[in-house]
Design a protein around this ligand. Structure first.
Ligand code: ZN
Length: 180
């Protein structure tokens, strides 16, 4: 299998700051289904790929892996998302391309799903920072806050009840004192 050549994108792209460091951004609208960029790199046997320790390995199949660590591989800046607007596609000749999964607006960050294996190994342990996961966590916090407010209200009522007998006890003591 020969190494794929760099292909200039049909749509201009920009590398910019993102939540996770750097990200890949659309400069103009990209219609759904359009080619965005090729995931370019050295083609390695899966064995060789396993020996390498970098985050930019793209597993094509059980035999081949692309080492996309080169900075010339602009596609390496496209981050993972659990609600992506792009997707990767492996061509029969082993080329990996990124396509628009939705209509992408200018300025949108281009993201695709890195797949279960990558997610479990590199993203999940640190906590995914994609829009979907951030929304999910915010929703969870909101629920937890509601629950803790309800709990506080309940324990406040309990505390009132617990305090009530003491008051009565004090009143009794006062009465006793008054009798003496
Ligand atoms: Zn996510």
């Amino acid at each position: 299998m020969r190494s794929p050549k760099v292909r200039s994108p049909h749509h201009p792209l920009r590398v910019g700051r993102s939540r996770t460091g750097l990200g890949l951004y659309a400069v103009e609208s990209i219609p759904k289904g359009d080619f965005i960029i090729q995931y370019w790199g050295k083609m390695l046997t899966a064995e060789k790929g396993d020996e390498l320790d970098n985050k930019y390995l793209f597993e094509i199949n059980s035999k081949w892996t692309i080492d996309g660590a080169s900075r010339r591989n602009i596609a390496r800046y496209a981050n993972h998302s659990c609600r992506p607007n792009a997707e990767s596609d492996v061509k029969r000749d082993g080329r990996v391309i990124i396509l628009a999964k939705k209509n992408i607006k200018p300025g949108d960050e281009i993201t695709y799903d890195y797949g279960e294996n990558y997610f479990e190994a590199f993203i999940e342990p640190l906590g995914c920072l994609c829009d979907k996961c951030i929304e999910k966590r915010a929703e969870k916090r909101k629920l937890a806050r509601k629950k803790s407010v309800a709990k506080k209200a309940r324990s406040a009522r309990k505390a009132d009840k617990a305090a009530a007998p003491k008051k009565r006890a004090k009143a009794k003591k006062a009465k006793a004192r008054a009798k003496r």
